[in-house]
Write a protein that binds this ligand. Sequence first.
Ligand code: FES
Length: 106
Amino acid sequence: MAKITYIQFDGSEHVQDVKPGLSVMEGAVKNNIPGIDADCGGACACATCHVYVDEAWVARAGEKSAMEESMLDFAENVEANSRLSCQIKVTEELDGLIERLPESQH
Ligand code: FES
């Protein structure tokens, strides 16, 4: 399991054990953690699973694909550490990952 911390825009935190193989988005949605809408179900086609990866974890979260880069254009307030959480696969190496959620996904 990998322990992932999802920090809401208001600062409240949800710490969740997520099974490797799931995406960071699935770790939130399957456990009813609010703030990630994931309208397309993880197909990299909606940008409503936008998160900010904690700076210390950006490199370990992996590279964005070209498709993810272009979908991020549809998200608001995109920063250098923005990712689509459906495109981050959970591994044991991501144990401790911290994500911050945007104010809104729309
Ligand atoms: S869930 Fe739609 S892009 Fe991630």
